[in-house]
Design a protein around this ligand. Sequence first.
Ligand code: S3P
Length: 169
Amino acid sequence: MKKKNIILIGFMGVGKGTVARALVEKSGMFAIDTDDLIESMENRKIKKIFEEEGEPYFRALEKKTALWLENSVKSTIISTGGGFYKQENINKIGKVVYLKSSFQGILDRIHNAPNAENKLRKRPLLQNMEEAVKLYNSRVSDYEKVADIVVDVENKELKKIVKEILGQI
Ligand code: S3P
């Protein structure tokens, strides 16, 4: 069975959720978010899961989520946490779309958001900027490797991003 899901991957703060919501509007498809699924499963926020259980526990939840998505979800837009691209079965879940931006572009986007403080506070791996840059640099080439489609989102209107994604799917 062809799954026809669209999976959005990319670094924290690049706008996966925003693009997912815009895709919903344009395509009429449903959308889900892997971090939201994990928070519901655990009945606590990602930040709390990291604090109380540590990162490996969170990654195991991502794996469980990835298996469920592969087996049970179709025709859906799936936005993911920034580390979800590492799931071995990601390409079996659907078409993988990488939302690409420079690190500075991501920081600018976060800082220009009305809820910038909250966007930073809720992300455990964005607390230390030096570490965050290192993480970004360690991931960029892998995001591209996993992706079926790469969309440069930096300084691009949401409308145009959505058009590009739907045009390439
Ligand atoms: C993570 C990104 C976060 C969240 C968790 C870990 C990562 O999601 O899954 O804090 O490893 O990059 P966002 O990309 O939505 O911030």
